[in-house]
Design a protein around this ligand. Structure first.
Ligand code: NAD
Ligand code: DAU
Length: 363
């Protein structure tokens, strides 16, 4: 049976991709994940285990990756594995370089070594899809046109710089060694299984537990939101029909200011799970210190993938956000299990609770 190798498939987007892949195809998935704080086996509870091989390991472990390639002979790799949270990259960038830069380099080298030993036919049909972000393009001014694939790279955070570095490595391994790569640069995802350190799930989870809803700075920073299964369908389409060596921007034409997003979540919760005191969740909104170097605006021009590959998102922001809020309401046990001591310690440290409260939160 043919298979694909997915890296980082226990994280938010990777797990959604694996579950969708198993539902929509009859191929197997070998899922290599280091299970960092962001990786979670619970995310894969619905996976059909007859076609899902989970491997606990690091993309930077060249010997492990080489043995997986030799054993499973996947027809493609989809590389999701990364450190993905901008705020954590500001507190401690080291792991971002280890995984996003060195890890991607080692993965590329392992694939190059394996393809170099294989039959020409295998090399011709093999694909390496590298999943990247719009953050590599830097920040837009209001009114500036959205990022196209030829927009210059201008990364601002340690996270964005590490992803930009990985994109450059992937590009160079194609140009120099002929590796059959494709890169996707997607805007902000949201949906089920999103770890509650990121804006949308953090807002839902904090609202329901009566905590402040932290909005950085003036809340007028703009992000371009895409429901996660629409990102998954874009990656499947790129894998199926994308032109080798090309990059594809992926986005849903949903630019929203952060404060607007937080208010929309509050309005949905007011309707779906009203507060016991009858007041609005919006009363919990708290403007807090801004993120250092905070990019003001991202926006994706998705016309290339729409035109060349016929891809279109299925969800609007309204339908996707409603599904997301409902998913968190329906899955309190998942939420409870991801809120480990380490999670509570991060939240306490990052949002600078007084030391006594932070210790209590982490206990
Ligand atoms: P995530 O943080 O939820 O998950 C990352 C996964 O990678 C985790 O399961 C983690 O255990 C695993 N991982 C980390 N280091 C690893 C290593 N060295 N070896 C193997 N596995 C490792 O991230 P996400 O939000 O699902 O993002 C997935 C990918 O998509 C990332 O590459 C990210 O840059 C990109 N992306 C994310 C977004 C978004 O809005 N979340 C948007 C565009 C692109
Ligand atoms: O643009 C794609 C990127 O989107 C991905 O590459 C990243 O992996 C992903 O984490 C995401 O990055 P952001 O920094 O945009 O996502 P985050 O959810 O952390 O923040 C969204 C916006 O909300 C951003 O402007 C910062 C703001 N924010 C975030 C948090 C956590 C707040 O105002 N308050 C918060 O508490």
């Amino acid at each position: 049976m043919s298979s694909i190798l997915v890296t980082g498939g226990a994280g938010f987007i990777g797990a959604n991709f694996v579950l969708d892949w198993l539902r929509r195809t009859d191929e197997s998935v070998v899922n290599l994940d280091k299970l960092t704080y962001a990786g979670n086996r619970d995310n894969l509870a619905q996976a059909d285990e007859r076609r899902h091989v989970f491997v606990h390991g690091d993309i930077a472990d060249a010997a492990l990756v080489s043995s997986l390639l030799a054993q499973h002979r996947p027809r493609a790799i989809v590389n999701f594995a990364a450190e993905s949270h901008v705020d954590r990259s500001i507190h401690g960038p080291s792991e971002f370089i280890d995984t996003n830069v060195v890890g991607t380099f080692r993965l590329l080298e392992a694939v190059r070594g394996w393809l170099g030993q294989g039959a020409a036919a295998q090399q011709a049909s093999f694909r390496f899809v590298h999943v990247s972000t719009d953050e590599v393009y830097g920040s837009l001014q209001p009114g500036e046109p959205a990022f196209t694939e030829t927009h210059p790279y201008d990364p601002n955070s340690p996270y964005a710089a590490s992803k930009a570095a990985s994109d450059h490595l992937v590009r160079a391994w194609h140009h120099t060694y002929g590796l059959p790569v494709l890169t996707t640069n997607c805007s902000n995802n949201y949906g089920p299984l999103h770890f509650p350190e990121k804006l949308i799930p953090l807002t839902i989870v904090n609202a329901l537990s009566g905590k402040p809803l932290p909005v950085y700075g003036d809340g007028l920073q703009v992000r371009d939101w895409l429901y996660v299964t629409d990102h998954c369908s874009a990656i499947r389409r790129v894998l199926e029909a994308g032109r080798v060596g090309e990059t594809y921007n992926v986005g849903g034409w949903n630019e929203k200011a952060n404060i607007e997003v937080v208010r929309s979540i509050c309005a949905l919760l007011d309707a779906l799970r009203p507060r016991s005191d009858g007041r609005s969740y919006a009363e919990q909104i708290a403007f807090v210190q801004d993120r250092p170097g905070h990019d003001r605006r991202y926006a994706i021009d998705a016309r290339k993938i729409e035109r060349e590959l016929g891809w279109k998102p299925a969800e609007s922001f309204e339908s996707g956000l409603r599904k997301t809020v409902q998913w968190y309401l329906d899955n309190p046990e998942w939420v409870r299990r991801v809120q480990t001591g380490a999670y509570r310690e991060w939240i306490a440290r990052h949002y600078q609770q007084p030391p006594a409260e932070a210790a209590a939160a982490a206990a």
